[in-house]
Structure formats: C-alpha cells, structure tokens
Design a protein around this ligand. Structure first.
Ligand code: PLP
Length: 368
C-alpha cells in the first residue's frame, strides 16, 4: 500500500509519459520548450485565472510572488504556524519577517480571528510594516478566503494563496489557485498535481505582476536574454516536466473525485472514533492528505497499530513553524491550536488508486 499512490499512477500512464518525454528528446528544446507555454495556458484555463507563470518549484513560486510585490527586509508577512517549512522560508529568505498566526481546530487552516488580532498587535507594537498574508490550503482544503479577503482589504494587505497542496480543490465555483490576489502551487511528485521532479507555478489576474514574475524567474530579464532589469532568480519549469504535467492534468478531476469517494467511506466508518479535517460548506478539498486525530487513543499507539499492519502513515507536521529553530525568533501569535495539532494529527492513505481491499483494511484496522 502507498501513502499517496504516485507509483500506482505512474504504472497506469507509463507508456504515454514515455511518448511525451520522447517527443521532447526529439525536438530538443529542454528549456522553455513549447510544452511549457502549452501547460501554462492549460492551467490558466483549468483554474480560470488570466496568467499562469511556471517556475522551478513551489518554494520559488512563493518567493517570486513576494518579490514581484516588492516585499523585503522592512516588511512583515503573516502566515500559518502549521504548515510545511517553505511557507515561512520564502518570506525569511527575502529578509522579510514571518509573523505566525494560529490555526482553527476544525480545518487546520489559518484562523481569520487570530489573524485580525495579530495584525492589530503588530500595528500597536511591531517595528515593521505589515504587507501581506500567506494563507495555506493545508492538506488540500482551501482556507477561508471570504473572511481573509475582507481582513486584507481593511488593512491594505496583499493576500497570497499557498496552494501547493490544494490544486484540484475549490471553494464554491472558484478553483484553488484562483482564491487570492496571487496563488502559488507546487508540482512536487506527491502533490495533487505532481510531475517527475521539481516544478511550481504562480497564478494571478494582474498583468503587471505577471510580467514582473516572468522577468524575475529568468534572472530579471529585460527586453532580451542579455538585458537584465532586476535581480531575479533562475527558476524555470523544465520542458520535460511540463510534458509530464500535460498528461497528468488529464487525470486530475477523476482522481480528486476518487479521493473524495474514499474519504466519504473512511469518514462514514471512522468518524465516531476519529476527528477529521472539516470540509466546510461550499469547500472541496483536493485531499492531498487525509489527516486525522483521536480523542481516545494516543498517536503513538495508533501509529504502532498501523505500522504492524503495514499501513503507511506520516505526521504532517510534528512541529509548528514557530518551534523550528531558524524561525524561533520571529514574532508570533499565541498558537496553542497549532501546537496541539502537531502533537495529535497523523495522515493515512486516501489516494485514487486504493483498492477496495486496502480501504477496508484501513477502516477495520483503525476501528479495532
Ligand atoms: C510542498 C509545499 C511547498 C513547497 O513546494 P516545493 O515544490 O517542494 O518547493 C510550499 N508550501 C506548502 C504548503 C507545501 O506543501
């Protein structure tokens, strides 16, 4: 059994992937080949956003989004205390300061209420100016963008969606990557839309910002290759990865649907014993991970039971970001929920390629 199903998916599509990669070998445009722009327009269409700019990985996408908005050493960026390290690392690498905000116990996403308090706190006693919020769609579930948008509007803050885990998810009629001023995603193999290496992209409706990102990801390129107008990065999606993604995007909707179906089954058999991440009304999670916790049994006990039945599992994330050593001196809200979740949650398989036998096994082992 696999936790995410990357290998099973690959076995299913290996021939068509070979053909796609072979095509790139034949035309030989390994950097910025035709598949890159083709993929970008496919993703623009899928998400319903005007510009998709691909880049080297999801962390770079966050950094590019911040750079394009001029965020740097003088600025504060609020983000969730419960995420993958990169959500905060992209802020810190630019010399800006991450300000950690607590999450909600039912969704594991940034709490709009705590965000308001953190902003007011920073306005009162902070030494730096608040500029932006990075909201993370944790485990595939979009954050609460209606509330976040109105808070950001009130305080004149840029709203960034870290959609690294939520590609394929949605809120009402809007797809993840279309829910904020700018969105960033990752094509790391285990993400909902993954390639066979590193990859990422930014999404925005803003023409000026899109053009800035297109320049920044190519060393701050100006009118031609050897004209540089800014200090940028070297961050491009390889043509081969774009070719892989053009095949993978075809599978995405069906896979999200199958993951939702598996989730419904596991929820209906296990929800009296375990607490699940709440999909609020109107939200659809991409289910990058199915993450649970128990009020009745210790996590250690549960993981050891799963281990003895060879059911793969993982802990996302064992430490809140404000407890990570390189971020420990950053300003932070009081974050008891992030801490509690880091001690209680664990993730189990819920991918599209689980067999009925495997699903039943997960359900029966966890209901023991
Ligand atoms: C994976 C991930 C990233 C970073 O993406 P990479 O492509 O690995 O750089 C950023 N934020 C979150 C929430 C992630 O899960």
């Amino acid at each position: 059994m696999e936790l995410v199903g990357v290998k099973q998916q690959k076995d299913l599509i290996i021939e068509i992937i070979h053909a796609r990669i072979n095509n790139v070998l034949l035309h030989g445009n390994f950097i910025q080949g035709p598949e890159v722009r083709e993929l970008e327009s496919r993703l623009e269409e899928y998400v319903g956003v005007k510009h998709c700019i691909s880049c080297g990985n999801g962390t770079d996408a966050l950094q590019l989004a911040l750079m394009a908005h001029g965020i740097g050493a003088e600025d504060i960026v609020f983000t969730s205390a419960f995420s993958f390290f990169a959500s905060a690392e992209a802020i810190a690498i630019l010399g800006a300061t991450p300000f950690f905000v607590d999450i909600k116990e039912n969704t594991y996403n940034i709490s709009p209420e705590s965000l308001e308090k953190a902003i007011e706190n920073n306005n009162r006693i902070g030494k730096k100016q608040a500029k932006a919020v990075i909201a993370v769609d944790l485990f595939g579930l979009p954050a609460e963008y209606d509330s976040l948008r109105s808070i950001c509007k009130k305080h004149n803050l840029l709203l960034i969606e870290d959609a690294a885990q939520s590609f394929g998810g949605s809120y009402q009629k809007t797809k993840a990557c279309g829910l904020a001023d700018i969105a960033c995603t990752s094509f790391f193999p285990a993400k909902p839309l993954g390639c066979y290496g590193d990859g990422g992209a930014c999404f925005t409706n803003d023409d000026v910002i899109a053009e800035k990102i297109r320049s920044l990801c190519l060393h701050g390129k100006g009118s031609h290759k050897y004209d540089n107008i800014a200090i940028g990065m070297n961050s491009r999606l390889d043509t081969i990865q774009a070719a892989v993604l053009l095949e993978k995007i075809v599978l995405l909707e069906k896979e999200v649907h199958l993951r939702q179906k598996n989730f419904q089954f596991l929820y209906s058999t296990l929800n009296d014993k375990f607490t699940f991440q709440d999909e609020l009304k109107g939200y659809q999670s991409a289910l990058a991970q199915l993450t649970l916790r128990s009020q009745f049994q210790s996590r250690e006990q549960i993981l050891s039971t799963l281990g003895s039945h060879k059911i793969p599992h993982a802990i996302y994330y064992p430490k809140p970001l404000n407890n990570q050593l390189p971020l420990a001196s950053c300003p932070s809200d009081f974050t008891p929920v992030a801490k509690k979740m880091s001690e209680e949650v664990f993730s189990i398989p819920c991918h599209a390629y689980l067999t009925e036998y495997e699903l039943n096994k997960i359900a029966s082992v966890l209901s023991q």
